[in-house]
Design a protein. Structure first.
Length: 138
């Protein structure tokens, strides 16, 4: 299947821009607020939190840009799916936090599950040629 430059291609482009750009932005935030996120990761029991925050930032920036530009989309979507599978229950464990934090953590958990679904969808279509994309690494 080829997502040509018609309506399907335009919808896929819109999805890639929205998803990829915002994922990459979240990754960039791992570097802009490295100290704050490292403290939070440490509080959640992440081993070597500074390294984990930087590594996850690389995964998010690389994955987001890969989806956005169509560069190695299977690797990009796969990396994002792995990131979300690991971090969602670890960082947003709404079932194990104080009552006043449950709602906030549940919102983040659900958001991440939704992003995981989008990552899996991009993984499913990663072997196809995308309109308006570099299309490297199909």
């Amino acid at each position: 299947m080829v997502f040509e430059s018609g309506l399907e291609g335009a919808f896929l482009l819109g999805a890639r821009v929205l998803f990829g750009a915002f994922i990459a932005y979240q990754g960039l935030n791992h570097f802009l607020d490295h100290e704050g996120l490292t403290g939070y990761a440490g509080m959640k029991g992440v081993p070597v939190p500074g390294v984990a925050v930087a590594a996850s930032g690389v995964m998010l920036v690389g994955g987001g840009l890969g989806i956005l530009l169509g560069i190695f989309p299977a690797i990009a979507a796969g990396a994002l799916a792995v990131f979300l599978l690991v971090t969602t229950p670890l960082m947003h464990d709404f079932w194990a936090v104080e009552e006043d934090q449950k709602q906030d953590q549940m919102i983040h958990f659900i958001k991440n599950v939704e992003l995981l679904g989008a990552s899996l969808l991009f993984l499913a279509v990663s072997g196809t040629e995308w309109a308006y994309a570099v299309n490297v690494g199909l």
